[in-house]
Write a protein that binds this ligand. Structure first.
Ligand SMILES: NC(=O)c1ccc[n+]([C@@H]2O[C@H](COP(=O)([O-])OP(=O)(O)OC[C@H]3O[C@@H](n4cnc5c(N)ncnc54)[C@H](O)[C@@H]3O)[C@@H](O)[C@H]2O)c1
Length: 256
């Protein structure tokens, strides 16, 4: 018997990185995983290697797409037990060079995508009187950063949404939970892409960043598994930081 045996999960941004690792981990523990992403080729290939997983093309920025996805999953599987809002994009820019277009682009995926996903999961989970919504935040929502202005703002919005949804469920007796996960730097294509840009434009900052702890996707997948399972039945509205002390030591982690 797996830790999430027969639970039905939707994971967005599941073609890569933390979403993919979480899909693998939940499936290993018995969940039926619906993997979604805009990267169709990579998503189909990833799902083919995961037992019991299916891939559905889905752009999180559209509420209409969310409504259709959640309705399809409930029609096909009978319920929705777990939603992991993991899709996200990052682009380095301070407030001084964040255009309206960049602001809207990052927030469309992170903020709007998570809002729509939560809204439609709440609709279903409230009726079921059960479920676990997990929102992928970041330590950026705790610390900010000079060159991640829009990204940190979006992750902070997600942090706030998470707590408001958890409070609503608790107050109204809806019976589902909502928590956020806050990874530090994790070894994924997103981080590698960002570091390539930093290295090209600012070698000094890149050298400093190279000294900071970097975790593995499995570290986050294990936290997601805990929050998805009934083991975390009393955890609601929490922010689970997975960063090996980086936020509380300002990045100064002994290198051994
Ligand atoms: N890697 C890190 O260091 C780190 C740290 C903190 C938080 N996070 C967060 O974790 C999440 C996953 O990041 P990752 O590192 O795995 O990145 P990643 O780039 O490897 O994966 C992100 C996935 O999201 C998908 N995506 C992008 N826009 C989408 C859209 N509109 N609709 C559906 N899917 C879309 C991409 O196609 C990609 O497959 C993100 O929310 C990210 O902000 C990552």
């Amino acid at each position: 018997m797996g830790r999430v045996e027969n639970k039905v999960a939707i994971i967005t941004g599941a073609a890569s990185g933390l979403g993919l690792a979480s899909a693998q981990r939940l499936a290993e523990e018995g969940a039926k995983v619906v993997m979604t992403d805009i990267n169709v080729e990579q998503g189909i290939a990833a799902a083919a290697n995961i037992k019991g997983a299916v891939f559905i093309q889905h752009d999180v920025t559209s509420e209409q797409a969310w409504e259709g996805l959640v309705n399809k999953v409930v029609a096909d599987f009978g319920c929705l037990d777990i939603l992991l809002n993991c899709a996200g994009i990052v682009q380095l820019a301070s407030i001084e060079n964040t255009s309206e277009e960049l602001w809207r682009k990052i927030n469309a995926v992170g903020t709007d995508g998570t809002f729509f996903g939560c809204k439609h999961a709440v609709r279903v989970m409230k009726e079921q009187h059960s479920g676990s919504i997990i929102n992928m935040c970041s330590t950026a929502s705790i610390q900010g950063g000079p060159q991640i202005f829009a990204y940190a703002a979006s992750k902070s919005a997600i942090r706030g949404m998470t707590k408001s949804i958890a409070c609503l469920s608790s107050q109204e007796g809806y019976g589902f939970r909502c928590n956020s996960v806050h990874p530090g730097n994790m070894s994924t294509p997103m981080l590698h892409g960002m570091m390539d840009i930093v290295r090209a434009h600012d070698p000094k900052t890149a050298a400093e960043m190279d000294g900071i702890w970097v975790g593995q996707p499995i570290d986050i997948a294990n936290m997601v598994l805990f929050l998805a399972s009934d083991e975390s039945a009393s955890v609601n509205g929490a922010e689970m930081v997975v960063d090996n002390t980086v936020t509380i030591t300002e990045g100064v982690v002994p290198k051994h």
